[in-house]
Design a protein around this ligand. Sequence first.
Ligand code: 3PG
Length: 395
Amino acid sequence: RGIDELGDLRGQRVLLRSDLNVPLDGEAITDDGRVRASVPTIQQLTAAGARVVVMAHLGRPKGAPDPQYSLAPVAKRLGELLGADVAFATDVVGESARKTVAALADGEVAVLENVRFDARETSKDDAERQAFAAELAELGDLFVSDGFGVVHRKQASVYDLAQRLPHAAGLLVRAEVQAFSKVLDDPERPYVVVLGGSKVSDKLGVIDNLLDKVDRLLIGGGMAFTFLKAQGYEVGGSLLEDDQVDTVRGYLSRAEERGVELVLPVDVVVAADISEDAATAVVAASAIPADQKGLDIGPATIELFRGKLSDAKTVVWNGPMGVFELAPFAEGTRQVAVAVSEVQGTSVVGGGDSAAAVRRLDLDEGAFTHISTGGGASLELLEGKELPGLTVLES
Ligand code: 3PG
């Protein structure tokens, strides 16, 4: 259900769950992607005359107020992006929240303090969460779910509130679900998935689910070394999950049985240490020196991956190809990101680090079909799981 189906919004108090969980350096937001992504739904609501009450979390405070996790700087940024005053309640369901919401005029926006300052938000006890949802529900007439990054969490402001108030999915949640449904259920072929990131253990569910769907699976990043090890190579000081080598061997043979092309790095950028001025070298993936760590894919692998992506009609990319935060190890991620963006078809960037990389490396966000705002949520969708914050919206 979309916002249009909620009826006339003029004068209605809309409780909007957004995901404003952004990285902060002190009070400075280092990547405001999620704040920006929350804007279209807020604008749709305010344009329709709603009084918008934004609920969000920041980090993982311990169920009590903690200034380092205050949403105040995020509310400020939201105001800048909206070009409008945004009121801020210094508590979640207390006096400040009640007064702030009561003072809203039609078309105005307020942000409540971090919902996780109340321990009941994330409680495993259904009754506790529901009691908190009941208090939140007093602050609104309608509920709009737009925090895609938290829809995998069965939490009061994501899940229980939808059972109390007439509800709808916001524009971001709808766009995310549409993008993932397309690549999961109805991909045009060739269908190529690029996986990276440090740990293969984070991606087991994704590999399991996608291995039966894709035509090619390209593996880079730290997780590639466990694959190289499974193929019998030594990986020096590179990241390696010894306990996953057998599982990965299983994937290698499953890919072969299914006719899925599983493509691993043929060369890597190595260094003895992970630093901005590290002395680097390019070596064959089969010849990583014992005292070196592989920290990016090499130029031959970039070319190989570009070739495997060039005729793709559907691409999902999740996880950086190297330590892209440092210039000497950023090229693999940059080149792969560019190749993904150039695909003539659907290109979906699964959130978290890969989305951050697109922004950090100043790539053209508009060149991708969709850049997800979800970390864990997008991985769980790619794993084929049902997410409680989405299922609850169907009721
Ligand atoms: C995220 O950063 O992936 C979301 O905001 C969810 O945060 P969480 O993992 O703390 O629930």
